[in-house]
Design a protein around this ligand. Structure first.
Ligand SMILES: *Cc1c(COP(=O)(O)O)cnc(C)c1O
Length: 397
């Protein structure tokens, strides 16, 4: 009898009582807009920014409506203009090139390696073509950040980090999002904290911070922020910075503050599950697990493995066989974009590029969510199912 997995890959945990209580308090007083505060009251959004800045060791923080909005705001705040080229990963998800396109700028894709990180040789080769790199730490895989920063510093490239999958991760002990000029995080349900929607942006640069705050729709209420630069930084730019509303509200901020306090504990729980699936997949013939570098502290909220150089038919077969046993895998080699998964050559608004190395790697990437609602037994079962089905197809059964 074949074992079948019956759990849901999209079910997150319920919110904690602390988060629910905090939300109820905001709903009871009704001041949901972040600037709707009483004299001397510190609003939830402002407190969230202050706490996240401290947690990450950043000078400034801004809470916004989504991770994608944080990315677009970061691009505007560092001075990207319509028509500019922006380097970014070939292996990422649609909000990343989408943020670039939202300014009328052009994504220029950099290859992905077999370790699923940005190819630093390709980055070095393309460094002369752009002033900004939007670096997506896709699926939580951190590249050699020391070498990346060296390449970008040498070429005078400003780095914006997309940390949608690395909130809680670090490289050589430096929190993800702290090496670039700006770090952007998502608080959307499928990421590492859950406000439904939401984003956070951090920086140590007072001009970037002031521009981002004005861009987000602060009107002239920026003095109500607790993780913002001195008012003089706003005086310099307040007549030239458009208001592109995308604020976070106090209800979401209230839900997020207790979750950020729990982040490290949640990361440990994700990683237990990740390591359980990884151990179950290791040494499966034809399947390659992604080795994690020693310098990297990751958050195993999803797992990827490679069926490198397999034919598309065989990969499809694995997907169908796993799905029939309740295991939902996503494939970056599918010809058509599906659900949340798409590929650089699906984004026709970007100038087309030929990236044979990325095509080979993407064609072999299988991707699976690891929600915290899975038990360790669930994780072991899922790994057994994948191992059996990969094995059966690999051996041609
Ligand atoms: C989810 C995601 C984003 C954007 O987050 P939203 O909050 O959904 O806008 C950015 N980059 C990557 C890689 C993501 O997966």
């Amino acid at each position: 009898m074949n074992e079948i997995f019956l759990g849901s890959f999209t079910q997150q945990e319920p919110l904690s009582d602390a988060a629910i209580e905090a939300a109820l308090a905001v709903m009871r007083h009704g001041r949901l807009h972040r600037y709707n505060v009483e004299a001397d009251e510190l609003g939830e959004a402002a407190l969230l920014e202050q706490e996240f800045a401290v947690q990450l060791g950043a000078k400034y923080c801004l809470a916004v409506a989504s991770g994608g909005y944080a990315l677009a705001t970061a691009l505007r705040a560092v001075g990207v203009k319509a028509g500019d080229r922006v380097l970014t990963n070939a292996f990422t998800l649609a909000p990343v090139p989408g943020a670039i396109a939202s300014l009328g700028a052009e994504p220029m894709f950099v290859d992905v390696t077999e370790d699923l990180v940005i190819d630093l040789d390709d980055l070095a080769a393309k460094a002369g073509h752009a002033r900004v790199l939007m670096l997506s730490h896709m699926r939580g895989h951190l590249c050699d950040m020391d070498r990346l920063m060296q390449i970008c510093d040498d070429a005078d490239i400003t780095v914006i980090e997309d940390c949608a999958h690395t909130m809680g991760a670090s490289w050589h002990g430096i929190a993800s999002g702290r090496q670039g000029a700006v770090g952007c995080y998502s608080c959307q349900t499928y990421k590492h904290v859950n406000a439904g929607e939401g984003g956070l942006l951090i920086t140590d640069d007072e001009d970037i911070a002031a521009r981002a705050i004005l861009l987000s729709g602060s009107y002239m209420l920026f003095e109500r922020h607790l993780a913002a630069p001195d008012p003089s930084a706003f005086e310099r730019i307040k007549y030239d910075t458009p208001n592109i509303s995308g604020r976070m509200d106090n209800l979401r901020a209230a839900i997020l503050r207790p979750q950020l306090r729990d982040l490290d504990a949640q990361v440990a729980r994700w990683n237990e599950r990740y390591r359980c699936v990884e151990a179950g997949l290791r040494d499966t013939p034809g399947l390659r697990v992604i080795e994690r570098p020693e310098a990297e502290t990751y958050v195993g909220s999803s797992i990827q493995f490679l069926l490198l150089d397999w034919s598309a038919d065989k990969v499809q077969d694995v997907l169908l066989r796993c799905a029939a046993r309740g295991v939902e895998l996503k494939w970056f080699g599918a010809p058509e974009p599906a659900a949340f998964t798409s590929r650089y050559d699906n984004w026709h608004y970007a100038p087309s590029q030929s990236l044979p190395q990325s095509d080979r790697v993407l064609a072999g990437i299988l991707d699976m969510r690891v929600p915290l609602t899975f038990s360790l037994d669930d994780c072991a079962l899922i790994a057994r199912i994948i191992r059996a089905e990969v094995g059966a197809v690999f051996q041609g059964n």
